[in-house]
Write a protein that binds this ligand. Sequence first.
Ligand code: AVJ
Length: 345
Amino acid sequence: MTSVSMIPPTQQHETSAGSRFLDDVLRGLSARRKTLPSKYFYDAEGSRLFEAICELPEYYVTRTETALLVDIAPELAAFVADGAALVEFGSGASAKTRLILDASPQIDVYIPIDISEVALSHAAETIRADYRGLEVIPLVGDFTRVLELPSAVRSRPIVGFFPGSTIGNFESAEAERFLRRVRALLGDGALFIVGADLAQAPEVLLPAYDDAGGVTAAFNRNLLVRINRELGASLDLDAFEHRAVWNEAESRIEMHLVSSRDQTARIGSRTIVFIEGEVIHTESSHKYRREVFEALVERGGWRLKTAWTSDAPSFGVFLLDTEGPEGVAVTSPMNIESSPSGEIS
Ligand code: AVJ
């Protein structure tokens, strides 16, 4: 299995990246119920649209988590050891990171990991400029595939950071596997700070994923734009509609693209058929109940140390550690390199 973890951003274009994208797209669109992996939203335009979503009045998620982090940053800082390395999964513009760094000047190294090279290198540069003593080591790539940390940080206390409720994009088995991999990657004694959105009324959730200005619709449809551009496909962009659905049974918001007519599209060497009303499921955003989330992190090999939740709309920041109840380090539950498949989503 391949890893992109140790390759600096400038050398990052592995030859297989394009064909993996094609394989994933064809696999998803050949299934009886069509899907596309949500990680492919984040090309340069998708990352820009996501940042715009974060500013929308309807999208409460970012604002709520940020306010909570502002409140609790001093409490979090008390758990962070001197000389720590902060490893962020899916760092994007690194906006929330600043709240952690400002409150925890004892952090010496920052390792942002992101799939969008443009977003990552820009964020790394601005963080470097604003935090002079901080060593910044960006890793570009799919954060579900990182197998190793730079050797420079292995002797340091490690704090993982996974805000934004990005964990909610995984199915529960995938989330569990991701947590186990991070547990193995960060090692015994690590802390892991995870932000997760909690369940709320559909009247709050639906507009957050289907805003009046159509930014989320553009974000969703940009996946098709990207497939056309990067894979030379012939999807008719005007013939797919954005839809957000609350799936009560799975406690998640789903984003769909709905074919507005019978149509076919050429992708690679294949012709994909869509019937009118047929759905491509492009994203799930799970909204947890607190007990459900706690059980998930425990299955993932972590212990919940502290949890903070906001007022409604409720968002949770969870501090996880690796110690067992007796203060005995739990042995690494899984060798990440031997897990059955190379990736999570
Ligand atoms: C960045 C994955 C957490 O699921 O809420 C925003 C992405 N999708 N609007 C989320 C997203 C639609 C976002 N995450």
